[in-house]
Each structure stands twice: as C-alpha cells, then as structure tokens.
Design a protein around this ligand. Structure first.
Ligand SMILES: Nc1ncnc2c1ncn2[C@@H]1O[C@H](COP(=O)(O)OP(=O)(O)OP(=O)(O)O)[C@@H](O)[C@H]1O
Ligand SMILES: O=P(O)(O)OC[C@H]1O[C@H](OP(=O)(O)OP(=O)(O)O)[C@H](O)[C@@H]1O
Length: 332
C-alpha cells in the first residue's frame, strides 16, 4: 500500500527528505495552491482591485445604505476556543454524494445521529466533528477558522477562497467532480465565426454603453480572468442556475459556467472557445493553515486522512507525481 510519508511540523531534514524522495503514484501533492492577489470588496459586488471596468451586478438584492455587515463568515474573526477538529463536507448535490463515497471507500465511517442534522462523527477519527455545509460555506468557514479542514470542488475553493493564503490544499485531486470552468458563447448569430477568446475580446460591439454581458456564478474568477485577457467592457451578472438559457433569452451574451461532458452547452446551442477555459476542477482536500500550525492533533488527523485517500486512489490506479511536505508548506 503506498501512502504519503510521515509528516511532522518539526520534521526537519529527515521528514523533508523522506517526503521529497517519495514518488507516489498520482497527481496529488501537498501544495499551497492559492496565489496571493487580494480582491477589494466594493459595495455588494465582488470586484477586482486592478481597475478593470467589469461591472458586477448582484442578481437581485440592492443593499440599503445602513451599516449591515454582509460579509458574514468572510471576516477574519477567530471563533471560540474548542478542542474538537472540525471537518466540513458538502451538504448536498453531487459533491456530497461523491465525498461520502470517498470517505466510505477509505473506511472512514461518517455517522449522522439523525438524517436531518448537519453534524456527524467519524468512528475511526476520534475528536473529529463533521459539519455538512454548502460548498461556498465550506470555503468561507475554512477561511475564518470556524472549520479546520474541508472537502470541496477546486472551482469553489478558488471562487470563494479569493486567493486567501490561509487556505492550504492538502490533496488536489480526489478523483471526483471533474469539470472545468469555461466561457460559453452562442454558435449562431454574431458569434458564429468567433472561435477564440481573443476574437471575442476584439469584437467592436463591446463599449462602455454596450458591454459584453456574461452571466456566471463565478464573479471573482470571472472578473480576474476577463481582465487578464484584455476585456475592457464587460458586465457580469449572477444567477443561481440554468445559466445556459441566458443567451437564448437575450439576458446575456455569454456564460461562464462549469462544463463536464459538454452536453448542456451543446443542447443550448452554445460552444466553448479556444482560450476560454478558466480552470480545471475536481474535489480537493483543504485545511486552514493556522489550524495546522497551531494544533498538532490537527496535523495528525490531516495526515491520517491523506494516507487513506492516497491508499484508495493509488489502489484505483490514479497516480501521484509529486508530494510536497506539509511542514514545508506551513513554513512558507
Ligand atoms: N457537470 C459537472 N460534472 C462534474 N462536477 C461538477 C459538475 N457541475 C458541478 N460540479 C462540481 O460540483 C460542485 C457542486 O456543483 P452543483 O451544481 O452540484 O452545486 P450545487 O449543489 O448547485 O451547489 P450549491 O451549494 O451552490 O447550491 C461544483 O462546485 C463542481 O466542483
Ligand atoms: O457539461 P455537462 O456534463 O452538461 O455539465 C455541465 C452542467 O453541470 C452543471 O450543472 P448541474 O447539472 O449541476 O445543474 P445546476 O445548473 O442545477 O447546477 C453546470 O452548471 C452545467 O450546467
């Protein structure tokens, strides 16, 4: 059974060398994946700090001008001291199912006392509380330290993590939820001959008064991506689902959404374009860096889970190419 080599926060050269030499058969590594590019929050939209002209229209809410804190769990407030280790798992949808499937395959028995409860335990991991949360909240609560570890799609981690340096990816390829986030445009009309992102950006139609309208659930990543690719006049709007309908309805020119088989795009007469993929995603195992640094028992649990994930994924024939020592990451 191939497992990740032992990790220790004070592991010194021995632990480091052991881990650098370990060539585990799979594309996982213990990596600090999130680059540090802070995002300035303006009003109720999430905007880039780099002066781009993207406008982010909130889907429906207009906030009143009094002092309401809408940042919720997004603030760096440390909650009450606790001795338990908290693991957040997706509460619904395909990620919930796949995550529980992985835990089961790794002989980690997630036991809910009551199916309506959002808390569970894991009989093999003492002192660990499981909290079921929506994916966006898994990330938000990891950022604030309200939970210590979580499993979530990489897309959600990047969107809601907003490049927070306190988030560490312990395993970046859990083998489920594979998809990519990409621009989709109509196959017809003015877009018929547009096949690349640069062609889309260069269309003379887009002006301050008539920006390219993109509907997405990924306004943070979308704004950054479009800005980095030379789009000057863009208006992002959000919707909770069925984004693929927006171009045909005339409410958007393009969408930025997840694509897996490509069926949904095709069925709605939309296409991907060259250079239009923002990121590839699958389930990842993430931790709060401070929690790992401050609590030895947390490191032990992270290590134990990682070993089990690796053993399972290796048995399935998925391969690691590099493993970076956790204590080294923590020192970064
Ligand atoms: N078509 C897909 N194929 C594979 N994975 C996907 C696909 N669509 C989404 N995912 C992954 O599953 C995650 C959850 O997507 P899903 O659409 O199930 O969310 P949801 O249940 O609507 O989430 P929310 O909690 O925001 O309502 C995504 O963040 C992504 O990582
Ligand atoms: O490329 P495909 O295999 O067609 O998958 C892509 C679709 O999957 C996701 O939606 P999902 O099915 O989760 O429904 P949702 O819109 O309710 O999130 C995503 O938002 C796309 O619409």
């Amino acid at each position: 059974m191939a497992v990740a080599p032992p990790m220790t926060m004070q592991g010194g050269a021995t632990g480091l060398q052991q881990q650098q030499q370990a060539v585990l058969p799979r594309s996982s590594y213990l990596g600090l994946q999130l680059a540090s590019q802070p995002c300035v929050k303006v009003g109720c939209g999430r905007r880039s700090s780099a002066g781009l002209r993207c406008q982010v229209s909130p889907s429906s809410t207009t906030l009143p001008h009094f002092n309401v804190d809408i940042s919720g769990a997004g603030k760096p407030i440390r909650s009450v001291e606790r001795s338990t280790i908290r693991l957040a798992l997706p509460s619904k949808g395909r990620m919930a199912e796949d995550t529980l499937g992985l835990m089961k395959d790794c002989q980690l028995s997630v036991r809910k006392l009551n199916p309506r409860q959002y808390i569970a335990d894991i009989s093999e991991l003492k002192n660990v509380e499981v909290w079921f949360q929506r994916a966006s909240d898994v990330v938000r609560k990891l950022k604030t330290g309200d939970v210590d570890m979580g499993i979530v799609g990489y897309d959600m981690l990047r969107e809601y993590g907003e490049d927070d340096e306190d988030l560490i990816i312990i395993h970046d390829a859990l083998g489920f939820g594979q998809c990519h986030l990409a621009i989709g445009i109509p196959t017809y009309g003015i877009f018929e001959n547009i096949n690349s992102l640069s062609e889309l950006a260069a269309m003379p139609l887009w002006t301050e008064d008539r920006p390219l309208r993109v509907v997405t659930g990924y306004t943070y990543l979308g704004t950054k991506f479009l800005e980095e690719h030379g789009f000057k006049h863009v208006q992002l709007s959000t919707a909770d689902g069925a984004l693929e309908a927006a171009p045909a309805m005339g409410t958007a020119d393009a969408i930025l959404d997840l694509v897996s088989s490509g069926t949904t795009l095709r069925e709605n007469n939309l296409k991907e374009i060259s250079g239009g993929a923002v990121l590839s995603s699958q389930g990842v195992f993430v931790a709060n860096k401070k929690a790992l640094l401050e609590r030895k028992e947390m490191l032990d649990v992270a290590h134990e889970m990682l070993e089990r994930f690796e053993a399972h994924l290796t048995a399935q024939g998925q391969f690691t190419v590099w493993i970076e020592p956790l204590h080294l990451l923590l020192n970064n």
